[in-house]
Design a protein around this ligand. Structure first.
Ligand SMILES: [Zn+2]
Length: 146
């Protein structure tokens, strides 16, 4: 519909919105949920597949922690064997960031220097590196060579 002035058009749109507000908001909500829901599911599945693939490579054919043997994919993460992860995140910020490290490792044809660790073993490793370990709390851990 053509309007002689921009003001007439804006007036019509304002009037239309006021009369159909509930209907418009309902459509917007439905579209938002549908689109984001579909994307979220797709991305979640995609990221899980890539993570599993990377874990399988660095775990020698299985998704398993190199220290304790944990196999739950949600607990497992990639560890920089020489502890230079922070430095790498700074220098390769645009690709090695958060969940994208799996995509990066795959694209880079699985460079060496990485291993699969569960988060518990990561935390213990970091504590040992910081020198912040109270060995009396870790009486069950026999292997201190992490
Ligand atoms: Zn572990």
């Amino acid at each position: 519909m053509a309007y002689s002035t921009m003001k007439k058009r804006a007036d019509y749109q304002r009037k239309y919105y006021t009369e159909h507000r509930a209907e418009i908001l309902k459509q917007q909500k439905l579209r938002r949920e549908t689109v984001t829901g579909r994307n979220t599911t797709y991305h979640r599945k995609y990221k899980r597949r890539i993570k599993k693939e990377v874990m399988m490579h660095y775990g020698g054919g299985q998704c398993v922690c190199a220290i304790c043997g944990e196999t739950n994919l949600y607990c497992l993460s990639i560890d920089h064997i020489n502890g230079r992860g922070n430095q790498e995140r700074k220098t390769k910020r645009f690709i090695v960031w958060g969940g994208n490290i799996y995509g990066y490792l795959r694209k880079a044809h699985y460079p060496t220097g990485y291993q699969v660790l569960c988060m518990n073993c990561q935390f213990i490793k970091w504590a040992i590196q910081r020198g912040d370990v109270d060995w009396s709390l870790m009486s069950d851990i026999e292997d201190n060579s992490i």
